[in-house]
Structures are given as C-alpha cells and as structure tokens.
Design a protein around this ligand. Sequence first.
Ligand SMILES: C[S@@+](CC[C@H](N)C(=O)[O-])C[C@H]1O[C@@H](n2cnc3c(N)ncnc32)[C@H](O)[C@@H]1O
Length: 300
Amino acid sequence: MTRAALSNQDYESFRTFLESACGIVLGENKHYLVVSRLSRLMADEGVETLADLVAHLKDDRKRQLRERIVEAMTTNETFWFRDTFPFDILKETIFPDLADRRVRSPRIWSSACSSGQEPYSISMTIQEYQASRPGSLTDVQIMATDISPTILLDAKEASYDALALARGLSNERKQKFFTPLRDGRWQARPEIRNRVRFSQANLLQSYSLLGRFDVIFCRNVLIYFSSESKSDILARMARVLNPGGYLFLGSSESITQYSDEFEMVRCPRGSVYRVKSGLVLKPTAPIPRPIVRPAGNGKR
Ligand SMILES: C[S@@+](CC[C@H](N)C(=O)[O-])C[C@H]1O[C@@H](n2cnc3c(N)ncnc32)[C@H](O)[C@@H]1O
C-alpha cells in the first residue's frame, strides 16, 4: 500500500475502527504511519487497499486480524525503572504506608505492561524493600496486563537481549536479579517473576474480573487516547482502587481535566495520585510529609 492508495475516506474509517478497538486516536495527518505499520500485514493478508481491510474487519470471524492490526498500531516502547521516581516513591513512601497500615496481600496493577520491564521493575523494588525491612510486605502480588497477546508472551518469558537490558537496568541489579542464558540474553530470576501474573486486558473494557488494587501503574498509554476515554478509564480505575490507593501516570501525563477523584501527593522525588477519601499518608523519616493538593479542575 502506498500513501497515494490511501484515500481520506478510507483513512477516516480506519481511524474510527482503531479508536473503538483500543482507544488510540490517530492524528489527522498520520497516513504515513498507517502505511508504514500496515503494509506488511496487508501483503500477508493479500489485501490491497485500506478500504478492503476495513471491510474485512466488519467480519466477526476476523478477531485475529483485528488483534494483529491493533498490535501493529500500538507503541511498545518501555524500559527498566522508567523515570526512576515512581520506584523511589514506592520504596520510600508507599511500601512503608502499606506496611504501617498492615494491608494484607497488597495488589499492584501494571495496566499497560508491554514487554514486562514495568512489572519486573516493581518486583525488583519489592525485593529491595523486603531486604531492607525483613518480614514486611512478604505477600505483594503484581497483576500485569496489556492489550497485545504477542507482547505478553515476551513479558512472561522474561528473557531480554543486551540492548533491552542496557536500557535502565544497572549492572548491579542485572547480576542480582537475572540469570544469564545464551547469546547475551538474561532472564529474570524466579523470585522476581513469581509475584507477577500476566493477563490480556483492554483498558477500554471492564476491570471487574481483575479485582481490587492498592497501587495502579497506568503509564505512557493514556497519551494516545481521547479526553473521553481518559476520563472513563480514570473513573473506572478509581473504583478498583482500595481506599488510600495510589495511581502512577507517565511523567508527561496529567489527570487535570480528566478526573476529580484523585488528589496529587507530592513526594520529594516526584508525584503520585491518590484516590480521594483515602487514609492520611504517613511518610517515613527522613522523608518530609508530602504536600497533598487536589488534582483536576472538576471537569468530568
Ligand atoms: C508505550 S507502552 C508503555 C509501557 C509501560 N507502561 C511504560 O511506561 O514503560 C504502551 C503499552 O500500552 C499498550 N496498550 C495500548 N492500548 C491499550 C489498551 N487499550 N489496553 C491495554 N493496553 C494497551 C500497548 O500494547 C503497549 O504495550
């Protein structure tokens, strides 16, 4: 498929399909992106025009094709301990808070987990916290979900090449939490893998089967969605958070305009949101008391 073969009308139909399938809103002039990401898939399927592809998608039996298109259009960019501060906040503020409140079996949700770097970074952080406070938070569970079945297979395997390992993982952590395989690949050790459970989930659909959580990571995915989808997802996340539960967004993402159900907790190294009507956060010394201010402007 070439740019010339992609009419504006076909592009519009495809945009509508993509947003309803996974929430991603394509800009008006991203024809080149569609061409570059779908050309191979269309050749494999023997489909010549985007109009034909969109027509195929209306067929209920084409579930796998729809999945492949969504996978081709999503961005899986991720790396270890992304932005650093969320993992510092977990260790310095949230884990002590959960331990002090004696929360039994705390649950953390990595809601767009890509190839696993985010949930395994959380798991390593738990491991480090436990080493510094033996006997505490012994039973933390991490639920890691993504829309892409293919990326979830990679995530479950937990084996990474040198390039992926070099992105954010210190040599010390690699030696401590990974085992060397062949060809320069290393695999996360069982104690890091075992507390993570993977499952396919679309953020646009119900969360009721996932249970409740004490912390949610929803990072670097809402940026691709419409304001309506962001508001809807944040409202539903607020409902699956336990009282006093926390929400991390990506460093360029904000809740302002999309939800008034969270307040911002400013910690020394960055910010996290907490569902309103939660318990008072007790920071541990020497971390100063976080400044809590309402997030959002009430627009829903
Ligand atoms: C840019 S990655 C972010 C990974 C990780 N959270 C991070 O910050 O490093 C975005 C991920 O969101 C997933 N995704 C996109 N749309 C989704 C949806 N509707 N439901 C669940 N996951 C989705 C993609 O498959 C991709 O793995």
